[in-house]
Design a protein around this ligand. Structure first.
Ligand code: GLU
Length: 469
């Protein structure tokens, strides 16, 4: 009996800025594919570009992954910790004559390039230093700087069956002898990816299609190492509303942690991202478990997807309304704390969410509209003048008295009191409700009044009303 090979996927971001939503989608697809196949999902930080990589950006990746709940089984692995390994593999390739030292000077390479351009040929290295693989050729002096180049095959084609794009063919004579180790001894991007994908036993490389051109080069190096070739799935990019690659430029939020700040639920963002480029019939709403069990590479769209913020807002509202209150509470509490609120001074978060959830697009908005549960907000003078009129004050005094006597502080009896006081004073319910709302919340918008009164709690309500009687 043969057992199927364990699926191993990886997310391999370069820490050179915030975690972009497009990268988060790549991470999500890799994560889901591993989960679906009971495999392993790996996080690998590709930090070899020492000038552009920052610790802050590494942290943004880790924070973003954690917030989204994209838990990795192995890693984070840092490429900068593996330089010795890359050098050792390069040495093996040299020893096997699958790579060679190239001593060409910058000037020579520039001249070559200019000549090729003048002849309208694609600029590529001409393989001059391949001759040094031949022992009869005398190598330059010891201290001559060199790079190590991979000996790319001259003939034939690299063919692979991309899980998204289908059969993909590159001619070897269009590929260079790629530099794998620079003259300062540092490894290059295509080489580190190959060594890592090989040693981490990656079976499925799911990444943006901006890497499609790297794939034939990487496959050639993998073959030279005698490695298994993973399945590649190159996912199309995400376009902004201007039809160009999604960026800050067109006003769309692109950093994952910015979505947190703006009040999105991580689950809503994941649901949005999973559908942005993948489909399961016309299903729009997925639980995380559904995503994990339904995701596949077959239904990834070939065409680029356009980012649509209103759809994300729609999903966010959906999950705010339907998620378990205790699930939403964690995120909601974060937003309140961000407003400087001490959560121990107010009602249960779940009670507030329960009465606010029908009308909030985001948790940020919900938090801003819930400050009055924690702070005594003095209504603006103009609202007081308009709503707390002399003829309404006797009704407010009565309400104060009735609520003070009320033991069962729940919606129904509170509602009954509001009704009977309005009736007694010859007011419509709304005529009484709005002034009370202004007193209790400092504004004119709140959840249904009886629920607002209940959740605020008897003591704060009595205190607030007493200032106006
Ligand atoms: N580090 C590369 C990037 O951030 C990804 C490489 C890969 O997925 O193979 O674009």
């Amino acid at each position: 009996m043969t057992t199927a090979k364990e699926v191993r996927t990886r997310f391999a971001p370069s820490p050179t800025g915030y975690l972009h939503v497009g990268s988060a989608r790549t991470a999500l697809y890799s994560y889901l594919y591993a989960r679906k196949h009971k495999g392993i999902f790996i996080l690998r930080i590709e930090d070899t570009d020492l000038e552009r990589s920052t610790q802050e950006s590494v942290q943004a990746i880790l924070d973003g992954m954690e917030w989204l709940g994209l838990n990795y089984d192995e890693g984070p692995f840092y490429q900068t910790h593996r330089f010795d390994r890359y050098k050792a593999v390069a040495q093996e390739l040299l020893a096997q004559k699958k790579a060679y030292k190239c001593y060409c000077s910058k000037e020579r390479l520039e001249e070559l390039r200019n000549q090729q351009m003048a002849n309208k040929a694609k600029p590529r290295y001409d393989g001059l230093c391949r001759k040094f693989m031949n022992l009869s050729e005398k190598s330059p002096a010891e201290n001559t700087p060199f790079v190590i180049r991979f000996l790319n095959p001259d003939d034939g084609e690299v063919i692979f069956d991309d899980a998204v794009h289908g059969k993909t063919v590159f001619r070897n004579n269009e590929l260079d002898d790629l530099i794998i180790i620079r003259s300062d001894g540092s490894p290059t991007y295509n080489f580190t990816v190959v060594v890592d994908d090989w040693e981490m036993k990656i079976t499925h490389v799911i990444r943006g299609d901006d890497h499609l051109n790297n794939t034939p080069r990487q496959i050639n190096i993998l073959k030279a190492l005698g490695a298994d070739i993973p399945v590649y799935a190159h996912i199309p990019m995400i376009l902004g509303s201007d039809g160009k690659k999604l960026s800050k430029r067109d006003g769309t939020t692109v950093s994952v942690m910015q979505y947190k700040e703006e009040g999105y639920l991580p689950h809503a963002l994941l649901n949005y991202l999973v559908r942005l480029g993948w489909s399961h019939g016309d299903q729009e709403i997925f639980t995380l478990q559904e995503m994990e069990s339904l995701f596949n590479l077959d239904h990834i769209n070939k065409a680029a997807a356009s980012f649509n913020t209103s759809k994300l807002i729609w999903l966010n509202q959906h999950f705010i309304k339907t998620d378990a209150l205790s699930d939403t509470a964690r995120e909601f509490g974060w937003h309140l704390s961000k407003l400087g609120i001490d959560l121990s001074t107010g009602p249960l978060l779940t009670d507030i969410i329960d009465i606010q959830k029908e009308r909030a697009k985001t948790l940020k908005e919900m938090a801003e509209r819930s400050v009055f549960f924690y702070r005594d907000i003095q209504p603006p003078e103009a609202l007081i003048q308009k709503h707390i009129t002399e003829n309404i004050k006797p009704a407010i005094k009565d309400l104060h008295g009735e609520l003070e006597k009320l033991d069962d502080f729940s919606d129904e009896p509170i509602h009954a009191i509001l009704n009977s006081i309005a009736e007694k004073h010859g007011l419509k319910l709304g005529d009484l409700a709005q002034p009370v709302r202004v007193i209790l919340t400092g504004g004119t918008v709140s959840p249904p009044l009886q629920s607002t009164i209940r959740v605020l709690g008897k003591i704060p309500v009595i205190q607030k009303l007493s200032k106006f009687v």
